[in-house]
Design a binder for this molecule. Structure first.
Ligand code: SIN
Length: 313
């Protein structure tokens, strides 16, 4: 008989509802997020004993308070762990509210041939029918599968590419979706390589994070918000455009002025589903991701340009 090596997975905890506790088991709102440690989450799932698990608490926050400092630490921990030849995959437990931003950040900055799987829950760990334990088990199973290589989000039995996932609902258990659909379900286990993802951008943890804001186009939109942001020193603007990428004339004039003063801009659709198809007449760069993910892309792009500018010739 051969000894089959057990799969080794590192689980990094950052808080969220998956680690939340309410006063009573029937309470799904008004609970305290990020109350339980990642060790406690693992202890609640007996089936995880089949894996060689290591756990580390990187942060303990409600993800509405996710910060650049936590992102930098998470990136450092994952980059170091990916160099460990004994490790098969990594799971990150996270709040659902900013999951799509953290997943996008990691997908755009990690060079990984191993699975890095983010998971979360919509109900606190104390709920009668909590979704966190199953999501955690599913995420570890996905992280143990070499076919899942890359940054993924595994929730409610579905697996999404890290760069193309969005929270669509504030309380449904199947709260996540993607403009490109899930690329696997946990049961069926069919994975495809994430489509349309450019090469990761080099991430230099020592560079400052620039100021990037999201500005929407809407009825009555004029130039004042963009002009005020530019005067205050904004470095990047994500324009959440109407429909297939349109902007009011006044907003477009202000955006062109902003570009002339060196502000980076990118356009996404403000529609809840789908993304901009083709190139709108204004000719501004467009991205097929959510507005908050486009903000992460601009943050990384501006940092990347700064890193090139300061590199020795
Ligand atoms: C959070 O994002 O940390 C709280 C909400 C959630 O996880 O569903």
């Amino acid at each position: 008989m051969y000894d089959v090596p057990r799969t080794a997975v590192l689980i990094l905890g950052t808080g969220g509802t998956i680690a939340g506790v309410a006063e009573s088991p029937d309470q799904h709102t008004g609970y305290r997020a990020a109350a339980l440690s990642v060790e406690q989450l693992v202890a609640a799932v007996p089936a995880l004993k089949d894996y060689d698990l290591e756990t580390r608490q990187v942060a303990q926050v409600d993800s509405k308070d996710m910060s650049f400092a936590i992102w930098t630490e998470l990136h450092r921990e994952i980059s170091a762990a990916l160099k460990d030849g004994q490790l098969d995959g990594i799971v990150v437990t996270h709040g659902t509210d900013t999951l799509e931003e953290t997943a996008y950040f990691l997908a755009r900055t990690l060079m990984t041939a191993k699975p890095v799987v983010l998971t979360a829950a919509m109900r606190p760990a104390s709920a009668l029918s909590a979704d966190g334990p199953q999501n955690l088990l599913d995420a570890v199973r996905v992280a143990a599968d070499p076919l899942a290589a890359g940054v993924r989000v595994c929730v409610h039995g579905e697996v999404f590419p890290g760069h193309a996932v969005r929270k669509r609902h504030p309380y449904a258990l199947n709260a996540f979706t993607s403009s490109r659909a899930a690329n696997a379900t946990v049961e069926v286990g069919f994975y495809t390589t994430p489509a349309g993802l450019p090469e990761p951008l080099r991430f230099d943890p020592d560079l400052p994070w620039p100021w990037v804001e999201i500005v929407g186009n809407h009825a009555g939109q004029d130039a004042r918000t963009v002009d005020a942001l530019v005067s205050a020193g904004v470095r990047g603007l994500v324009l959440a455009a109407t429909g297939n990428g349109t902007l009011s004339e006044a907003l477009l004039d202000a955006v062109r002025r902003a570009q002339r003063s060196g502000v980076e801009v990118v356009v996404v659709s403000r529609c809840a589903e789908g993304h901009i198809v083709g190139q709108p007449d204004h000719g501004l760069p467009v991205l097929g991701v959510t507005a908050v993910q486009a903000r992460v892309e601009l943050l990384l792009l501006i940092r990347w340009k700064a890193s090139i500018a300061r590199a020795p010739a």
